[in-house]
Design a protein around this ligand. Structure first.
Ligand code: ARG
Length: 268
């Protein structure tokens, strides 16, 4: 019957899973041999806005890759769980945790007090800072203050958006908001704005890879405080948060984190 067939298929799946598990854990006891792999490894759905190179982006084969992807995958390995990355628009991303559509967010998300009210964050895994990109021919921007009478592009709802709001006013028509960081930087390329403000790693990467547009970057360590990226989980999901934090600790301790860091950013 179908039911027997299905049961048979499930049994063989368990058998295969059991083999894999045994190979990883040579010390498995006789008791666990008797009940093969009943406990499945949990797989978590991870939301990421994959338009944020080098942290999360799509490669030529449309696979989601990047620093955050490698870090969280390594964390999952150590934490004993699996992850499945799903491209997720930045806007509305935070709400997907509450709705249960995503279990983890891995998207270069800065840990802020405001965000902590609605979700829980892992230990920080990366330090960043806002950076200004200015367009070709814009020579009078030396500090963040110099953007006072300029048009500035940001990605909506990011910490870049927040700092520029503080300078220019929340409803200022000088702020042009875009749903992704590449769109904000495209606007700078084409001269629609004088500057763009965003996370340093992403801005540097973009400016470097698009030299034909003559954009440059302006650092302002006085105006921009360090920011720390964390992985986010649904508020109160302590069990998952503990697993993620244990994984972060493990990859920092055994050199895996440094290896990934060096691959993307060179030595510290
Ligand atoms: N770190 C900034 C923030 O948390 C920007 C993150 C945007 N991430 C992305 N994948 N688009 O607000």
């Amino acid at each position: 019957t179908r039911r027997t067939l299905l049961a048979g298929m499930l049994l063989s799946v368990f058998a295969v899973a059991g083999c894999g598990k045994k190979a990883e854990e040579p010390a498995a006891s006789a008791a666990s041999d008797a009940a093969p792999a009943v406990a499945q490894v949990a797989e978590y759905v991870v939301g990421t806005d994959a338009s944020y190179a080098p942290f999360e982006f799509q490669n030529d084969q449309s696979q989601i890759v990047g620093f955050d992807i490698e870090v969280l995958s390594a964390v999952a390995d150590k934490g004993g769980f699996k992850v499945k990355f799903v491209n997720t628009p930045w806007e509305g991303m935070f709400a997907t945790l509450g709705q249960g559509d995503r279990d983890i967010l891995s998207s270069a998300i800065t840990i802020t007090d405001e965000r902590k009210q609605s979700m829980d964050f892992s230990e920080p895994y990366f330090e960043a800072r806002q950076l200004i990109a200015v367009g070709k021919g814009v020579t009078d921007v030396k500090t963040f203050q110099d953007l006072k009478n300029k048009k500035v592009a940001v990605q909506t709802g990011t910490t870049g958006d927040e700092v520029v709001q503080k300078l220019l006013g929340k409803t200022s028509s000088s702020i042009k908001r875009f749903e992704s960081m590449p769109l904000a930087l495209k606007e700078l390329e084409t001269g629609g704005v004088d500057a763009a403000v965003g996370d340093n790693g992403v801005v540097i990467n973009y400016v470097k890879n698009n030299p034909q547009h003559g954009m440059t970057t302006v650092e302002d360590l006085q105006s921009f405080a360090p920011e720390y990226y964390g992985f986010a989980v649904k508020k109160g999901n302590q069990e998952l948060l503990d697993k993620v934090n244990a994984g972060i600790k493990a990859i920092k301790a055994d050199g895996t984190y440094d290896q990934i860091f060096n691959k993307y950013f060179g030595t510290k």
